[in-house]
Design a protein. Structure first.
Length: 216
């Protein structure tokens, strides 16, 4: 049976987070298709992975026999995260926009799993694995909007996930999530509601499509 790697990074719990809510809908639809499957779950907001250190970085280029104890320990933590990614038949990432980019905890996870000569390089070990990113944001940064130039979530993740890791990336974008909470955005509530409904529909449809593809 297929294995799903699910990464959440929102600082908000449960339904207070759009990225968590939509990702949860994806995961439930996936689990309905794969009741005997495996889900590897990491909440990097609740349990952050280590940010990159000099020991973790240099260990990736050092001969294993020459690593210091500190390098060996740091590298072992990286390898655990890398192996989780390599085991996955599909990946689900909740990536809310904070100050125009991704949470630092998600960046830390990416820094750990990107390893030249293994997951990155000419033949990435995870190449072709489908990854669905729920990229929620409080406003709209779609092409043609006033803040389109401030969109550094999809642009960055497209470059890293597809360009570096070779993953097959698909985005689900619930936007205008601040509209119900910000009086200045009240007129945008209908657009927010439509975006939210579409995101849930897309998440469920994508999960089922991936499940059927992997089962074939």
């Amino acid at each position: 049976m297929a294995t799903l790697l699910h990464i959440d990074s929102s600082v908000f719990p449960g339904e207070a987070s759009s990225s968590r809510s939509v990702a949860d809908a994806f995961r439930k639809a996936w689990e309905e298709q794969h009741p005997e499957g495996t889900v590897i779950y990491r909440d990097v907001a609740a349990e952050p992975v280590p940010h990159m250190t000099v020991d973790a970085h240099t260990a990736g280029f050092a001969d294993p026999s020459a690593r210091t104890p500190e390098q060996s320990a740091a590298f072992a933590a990286r390898v655990k995260l890398i192996e989780e990614l390599e085991q996955a038949d599909a990946v689900l990432i909740g990536a809310p926009m904070y100050n125009y980019s991704i949470p630092s905890t998600l960046k830390a996870w990416l820094d750990n799993v990107i390893l030249l000569g293994r997951t990155a390089g000419e033949t990435p070990s995870v190449q072709g694995t489908p990854v669905t990113v729920v990229a929620s944001r409080g406003g709209s940064y779609a092409p043609g909007t006033p803040r389109a130039g401030y969109e550094f979530v999809q642009n960055y993740l497209e470059a890293v996930l597809r360009g570096t890791l070779g993953l097959d990336v698909d985005f689900i974008v619930p936007e205008l999530t601040m509209a119900p909470r910000n009086p200045a955005m009240s007129e945008l509530i209908p657009l927010y509601e439509a975006s939210r409904e579409r995101a849930f529909e897309d998440a469920i449809a994508k999960a089922k499509e991936l499940a059927e593809r992997l089962a074939a």
